[in-house]
Design a protein around this ligand. Structure first.
Ligand code: IPE
Ligand code: IPE
Ligand code: MG
Length: 253
């Protein structure tokens, strides 16, 4: 058992969610609340990203998926899109060594063809450099939307059927999952959304079929280690039934 002193909560280290997905939201509202511009909110949000990755490594989370930029976010004012892209590029460029040092493997999910060539090169470089790491697997959802991902999967499936590489009668949930960007990654156990909105915003729709959802009112730049542990603590108090009855789960029938 790991004791989180500040909150006096006990996290069961034997039941750490294997995969945590995060919708980091509230940068803009945090900035506004503090009389700053949205840019400053995003910059401050980067500090939370560092802290939460560190916390996830410390307690042994295996997969962490963070929503950095949605396909819908391309519709924001061009200045904000540029600011976000520059921030993400800087992080990826400068973080490679840090990721290697901490044994973190970076993967990207999303339509990166929409990003500039330089950006794509930086990202691919970082993915390659960290490919052999076997600690935390960090999935960055970048220019990502779940409906885009599902449509892409359908396209590939249809192609493979046309080319006789896949038989229609063999299509099942596992096969479908293997066509998604999250291929080989187990579904999230816990999804955390910060910033007070209770919606999914086109994130991992297929993968979260049985994920536990946790909504926090805290804006992302204020979301720290303790809030993260609180979410895990809350998760550990739930009973996941997957359609069965409570008795079945408790008697392990
Ligand atoms: C989350 O914060 C960051 C991204 C979506 C990239 P927002 O920018 O959405 O902040 P709010 O929701 O406007 O406060
Ligand atoms: C979701 O946040 C996307 C990311 C966190 C990257 P948004 O702020 O874009 O979501 P909506 O528009 O409020 O649903
Ligand atoms: Mg938002």
């Amino acid at each position: 058992m790991l004791k989180i002193k500040s909150n006096k909560i006990l996290i069961d280290t034997m039941r750490i969610p294997k995969h945590i997905a995060i919708i980091m939201d509230g940068n803009g509202r945090w900035a506004k609340k503090n009389g700053m511009n949205r840019h400053q909110g995003h910059k401050e949000g980067v500090i939370s990203v560092h802290e939460i990755i560190k916390a996830a490594c410390e307690i042994g989370v295996k997969y962490l998926t963070i929503y950095a930029f949605s396909i819908e976010n391309w519709n924001r004012p061009v200045e904000e899109v540029n600011i976000l892209m520059n921030l993400i590029t800087t992080i990826i460029k400068h973080e490679a060594d840090e990721l290697i040092k901490n044994n973190i493997r970076l993967q990207i999910i999303g339509d990166i063809s929409r990003l500039s060539q330089t950006f794509q090169n930086n990202v691919n470089d970082c993915i390659k450099k960290t490919a052999k790491n076997n600690g935390l697997i960090l999935l960055l959802a970048l220019s990502y939307s779940s409906r885009w991902e599902i449509i892409e999967a359908v396209r590939h499936i249809v192609n493979d059927v046309k080319n006789n590489q896949l038989n229609v009668k063999d299509i099942n949930e596992n096969v479908f999952s293997s066509y998604l960007a999250t291929k080989n990654i187990p579904d999230p156990d816990l999804l955390i959304r910060t910033g007070g909105e209770c919606r999914i915003s086109n994130y991992l729709l297929w993968q979260i079929a049985y994920t536990e959802l946790y909504f926090s009112n805290v804006y992302w730049p204020e979301f720290g280690k303790e809030n993260f542990y609180e979410a895990i603590y809350n998760f550990q108090r739930r009973e996941r039934r997957f359609g069965k009855t409570s008795d079945q789960i408790q008697n392990k029938h």
